[in-house]
Design a protein around this ligand. Sequence first.
Ligand code: AIR
Ligand code: ASP
Length: 335
Amino acid sequence: MDFLKPRYTPMNRRRRIYEGKAKVLFEGPEPGTLVQHFKDDATAFNAKKHEVIDGKGVLNNRISEFVFQHLNDIGVPTHFIRRLNMREQLIREVEIIPLEVVVRNVAAGSLATRLGLEEGTQLPRSIIEFYYKNDALNDPMVSEEHVTAFGWATPQEIDDIMALAIRVNDFLSGLFLGVGIRLVDFKMETGRLWEGEMMRIVVADEISPDSCRLWDIKSQDKLDKDRFRRDLGGLIEAYTEVARRLGILGENEKVQGGPAPRSVGRHTSFAPATCTRQNARPAPGISTSDHGISPKPSSDLRIDGVRRRVAGLGRRPVRLRRTRNGFRPRRARSG
Ligand code: AIR
Ligand code: ASP
């Protein structure tokens, strides 16, 4: 029956599901999938400050792809399937949990302000915070009590979210440390992924310099969105530097931002941004299987030049359980 076959649909004819400040979600090619489109818009202070920065969406798409692909490879479940083009990635549709999960290793930003700590102070241990995702309320910080009392997530789901947050923090800290960058803090989002009767919590949204604080270890230079928030300039240069160090962009490679769609909508034409490659070479120590433009999923991680096949938990539904000795995967019971 021909009408049941998925048909190619040009992006400009796809149904827009949701538009956020920096991304748009479109209906995907198959049920249960979405297309996540990265815009060039930069906002801060709940969108009171807004600018369009050519090329930011392209860089965040590539950096977030790199992070999510590696998370998938090491068995941290995410919504990410694959990158489609310079601004878009195919993702699984999840039920977003309305929490911004912030993990902090070093005092900065709102924590430094709230507790009167000097920015740059190493924290005694990593701290996880929850913020209620609600623009009208300015994303207020909330406690686990609020989260469960208002039904945003169950106690079991909070355990899973915290276990994911710790694993993502460990992975990201090591990844960035290997390329001379200090992971100060980051924000992640999670969602419920339904597979038939099974549900598991997965990492969703994006992980990029828009959602992390990244400081150069030697110079302490900020390589993240604080360049925009604090009017420091050089945002594209900083994001490009992050991409280069991760081996996503070669030394002389540059992302050319334009021509990005001015407004992303039903009838906007999508001219893909381009990426120039000259002597593309991965950064020492870290390699990705995708230096070019065509998506190719990587199945291993190269650390210190050694290829490691990371034993992951695979794609089976796994729930993590907090025990006295740390976090343990808990296989979902069948039947
Ligand atoms: N974040 C929070 N809301 C949106 C974002 N991107 C990220 C910041 C920072 C961390 O969460 O980019 O990495 C903590 O932010 P803050 O402002 O609470 O200090
Ligand atoms: N992107 C958010 C905003 O528009 C928060 C931030 O990153 O500062 O306010």
